[in-house]
Design a protein around this ligand. Structure first.
Ligand code: ZN
Ligand code: ZN
Length: 420
């Protein structure tokens, strides 16, 4: 018998963590973190480390790796990831410790231990962890991201991690060719929504940016440092944008890492060219100059919760010539969401006079693509829907049952699923 235990991402987006148990072996698929309304880190449910043979990390976003160092306090289970995920994990975790270290049950030492025990694998390579065999496949979400194929006893499980099924500037679509499994554990972030065609989004974004800049304004694009920031840079440069582009925050170091490990990029030359054209903000002197001439500023953080994007926002918001273009999901309660809905970034704050828009540059599959992923995997007996808001996950599971005739469940955190 094989048992799946949902430790996180059950009826919620993020904090991914699933345990797979077979005989005396156990493997964790991701062990991430979420942040509550007060920005305090929320780890997945506890898992006893005694049987743990390894931790497989699908990609470098904190909601998939943030909690993993907790297992390196007393033991050293083997961690498995692509080379890009390992290197970017270092950047992400160091930053995480800097911001939230006070609230975490682990410190620098455990993070260092975690990183140093990490085994770097290629897509398609078999890794034995006790009686369980795992293999990674490109999941098309960000550079180095992976789905996991798990073989345990007579059962084959596929876990999507975060998955995208359309081509973006940075990466190609997920590789599901010839994939077979008994059970699919699938994310459902956008399980009930359809994304508009990518080219249309890019075109509207580019034209709107040009309009603002040609009128003498500056466009602030608050961006996550891992994935979205680089995507936006490529969209602008590929179309021949001739005004200054400034890049500020962690996006800088991560772009350099992507270029170093460029086999994970769909078009390394495009990102290289884009990064060469960008002006890198290296300190306050640069920062103060960046918004003084018409151009684009790509700065972390993506939801304007902190980082240099806050500084630029205060400078740019007062002038209606400028614009704030959001390019990622804005969670409820974040300054980004408040600007979109109420036109101000704090409750009492001044109104944002700059033009505000939102663009759907998602790196997660929409409903149709997610169903297509399920359809393409042969032999499925059961679909386990995770990493989605409760109503979204339920509705997606119903689509799987009704449209594809496959059993689908939406487990809560703590729930166990036995596979015989
Ligand atoms: Zn995620
Ligand atoms: Zn992700």
């Amino acid at each position: 018998m094989v048992t799946l235990t949902i430790l996180g991402a059950g009826k919620e987006v993020g904090r991914a963590a699933i345990a797979v148990e077979h005989k005396s072996s156990a493997v964790l698929l991701d062990y991430g973190v979420n942040f509550d309304d007060n920005d305090l880190p929320q780890l997945p449910l506890h898992y006893p480390p005694a049987k743990l043979k390894g931790i497989v990390l699908t990609h470098g976003h904190l909601d998939h790796i943030g909690g993993a160092p907790i297992f390196y306090i007393s033991r050293k289970p083997e961690a498995v990831a692509t080379s890009f995920t390992r290197d970017v994990a270092e950047i992400m975790l160091r930053d995480f410790l800097k911001l939230s270290g006070y609230y975490l049950p682990f410190e620098d030492g455990e993070v260092a231990e975690f990183l140093s025990t990490m085994r770097v694998v290629d897509y398609g390579e078999d890794v034995e962890l006790g009686s369980i065999v795992v293999r990674l496949r490109d999941s098309g979400h960000i550079p180095g991201s992976a789905m996991v194929e798990v073989e345990a006893g007579s059962k084959k499980i596929v876990y999507t991690g975060d998955i995208n099924f359309v081509e973006t500037k940075l990466v190609g679509p997920a590789d599901v060719s010839g994939l077979e499994a008994d059970v699919l554990v699938i994310e459902s972030t956008y399980g009930t929504s359809e994304h508009p065609p990518r080219r249309e989004v890019e075109e509207r974004f580019y034209n709107d940016v040009l309009e603002v800049v040609e009128n003498g304004g500056t466009v602030l694009v608050p961006s996550f440092s891992l994935g979205r920031g680089q995507e936006i840079l490529c969209v602008l440069v590929e179309r021949g944008f001739e005004y200054p582009i400034y890049v500020d925050g962690m996006v800088r170091g991560i772009t350099e890492l992507m270029l170093e490990r460029d086999k994970f990029l769909r078009d390394p030359e495009l990102l290289r060219k884009a990064y060469e054209q960008a002006n890198i903000v290296r300190g306050w002197q640069d920062r103060r100059n960046a918004w003084k001439e018409p151009g684009v500023i790509i700065a972390s953080a993506g939801m304007l919760k902190g980082g240099p994007s806050r500084f630029y926002l205060r400078k740019l918001a007062k002038n209606k010539k400028n614009a704030v273009f959001m390019v990622s999901f804005q969670a409820p309660g974040t300054p980004g969401r408040r600007i979109l809905e109420e036109g101000k970034y704090t409750e009492e704050g001044p109104l944002v006079k700059a033009r505000v828009e939102w663009f759907d540059f998602s790196s997660h599959a929409g409903r149709t693509e997610l169903l297509e992923v399920v359809r393409r995997i042969k032999g499925l007996e059961k679909v386990v829907v995770v990493h989605g808001e409760p109503e979204v996950a339920e509705a997606f599971a119903e689509s799987v049952r009704n449209e594809l005739g496959i059993d689908a469940v939406v487990p809560s955190n703590g729930e166990k699923i036995d596979l015989y």
